[in-house]
Design a binder for this molecule. Structure first.
Ligand code: HEM
Length: 413
């Protein structure tokens, strides 16, 4: 291989390069142009960037496993199990990281607890919170949008929905942040595992007595619905209720927070779409879907092959790892016309931001309500929201598309 080919190949294989982190659409387009299912020797796995291939990968839970505790992802977890006992014990119960039949059983019980109807009743409370939390913006102040507004709204919503006592919700958020470092692989491995273990212990000690209390004194909240028998008589173990309550706190805040920040940046690039939404508020739902497609908060998630098979012209071997990059698939011209353009009326818009198949995001209805209400309120209240950062930098993780900071100033209408 000539030096320049080797160099450009090297750049192509560094998933944490400046380009991959701060200009991912260019980077993943380059990968897709080589092959939509690309072998990355440095990561030692397949990087899937084509729209059809991403969707097919998410749907193929027969051949592609989500299990993080066996197969090629399991080695680190197993190595850590004796030192970081609580962390690994409870992470291993996250149903997002399980295959059928365990996943099917858990998802059935959780689906019954987390119905679109039970989520829809939250809408007025979300509207109230949006108004409250945007006060500094209305006052014309420079605002740390990510650290205050985007950080607070989703955590308050999910904490109230679960039934976490209000006085504890910020502590819970901080513990969940520390877990995020483990799950999204931020920072040094040893530090993040140590912090994650501490955080998990605190979350478990905090949630266990609340869950026991809910069994004796049921309330109208998700913790009660998870902890008590449902109509079918199915009941989760106490450990599973705790673990999956932790999963929901975590999944329910980090993703939505990052999406709200990405949304501000996207509209700043396409101010005509901001005005369009102001003039036609009926576009609020399709605008939400377009933001999810255009710059969703999860770039991609991992799977591994349970058996050998052919996938979009590539021979996948048993045990091979695969990254399904929906962030890239959502910008594939094979899936969307003019994909780099934000079009809030886009229809159809079959984006993959919430994944597909058996693990499709459980919280999608909740995330949609939050983004719809934020968009609806902000477009009515503000003519513009301007980014104050000189440069926008993103956290160096493969999984999440998350800004390091976002400071803004808004011009009220
Ligand atoms: C914009 C916000 C969100 C995005 C983009 C998002 C994205 C995703 C994706 C891509 C998956 C699939 C995981 C996989 O296939 O491995 C997923 C699963 C999940 N999400 Fe979300 N999510 C969001 C918000 C939420 C919220 C608010 C909750 C609230 C509880 C939530 C809870 C979950 C859970 C529990 C799963 C696991 C489902 C399963 O394995 O069956 N998410 N999410």
């Amino acid at each position: 291989m000539s030096t320049s080919v080797a160099e450009s190949r090297e750049n192509l294989d560094d998933l944490l390069s400046d380009e991959a982190i701060n200009r991912p659409f260019e980077y993943y387009r380059r990968l897709r142009e080589v092959h939509p299912v690309y072998w990355n020797p440095r990561w030692n796995g397949w990087i899937v960037t084509g729209y059809d291939a991403v969707i097919a990968g998410y749907r193929d839970s027969d051949r592609l496993s989500s299990d993080r505790f066996s197969g090629p992802f399991g080695a680190e977890m197993r190595r850590s199990a004796s030192t970081f006992e609580q962390l690994i014990q409870f992470l291993s119960r996250f149903f997002v990281w399980k295959d059928p039949p365990f996943h099917t059983q858990m998802r059935l019980v959780v689906n019954r607890a987390f119905t679109p109807k039970s989520v829809e009743v939250l809408r007025p409370r979300v509207q109230e919170l949006v108004r409250e939390l945007t006060e500094p913006l209305r006052a014309g102040e420079a605002v740390d949008f990510l650290g205050t507004f985007a950080f607070t709204l989703p955590v308050v919503v999910i904490a109230e929905f679960l039934g976490v006592p209000p006085e504890a919700r910020f502590e819970v958020r901080d513990w969940s942040e520390d877990l995020g470092a483990v799950i999204f692989m931020r920072g040094k491995e040893q530090d993040r595992l140590e912090k994650g273990e501490q955080a998990m212990r605190k979350l478990v000690d905090f949630l266990r007595p609340i869950i026991r209390d809910r069994i004796k004194n049921p309330k109208d909240d998700l913790l009660t619905r998870l902890a008590t028998n449902d109509d079918s008589g199915a009941r989760l173990s106490e450990e599973d209720v705790i673990a999956n309550a932790v999963l929901m706190v975590f999944a329910g805040h980090e993703t939505t927070m990052n999406l709200l920040a990405n949304m501000v940046v996207a509209f700043e690039q396409f101010p005509d779409q901001w005005d369009r939404l102001y003039r036609d508020p009926s576009l609020e739902k399709s605008a939400t879907e377009e933001i999810l497609r255009f710059d969703g908060p999860i770039k991609g998630l991992g799977r591994w092959a349970k058996e050998p098979f052919e996938f979009f012209g590539q021979s996948i071997k048993q045990g091979d790892r695969m990254l399904l990059m929906q962030h890239a698939g959502n910008r594939d011209p094979q899936g969307f016309d003019d994909p780099d353009r934000l079009d809030i009326g886009r229809n159809p818009n079959r984006h993959a931001a919430f994944g597909q198949g058996i693990h499709t995001c459980l919280g999608a209805p909740l995330a949609r309500i939050e983004v719809q209400e934020v968009l609806s309120y902000l477009t009515k209240a503000f003519e513009t929201i301007e980014t104050l950062n000189d440069t926008l930098l993103y956290n160096p993780t493969v999984v999440s598309r998350s800004l390091q900071s976002l400071h803004v100033k808004a011009r009220p209408r």
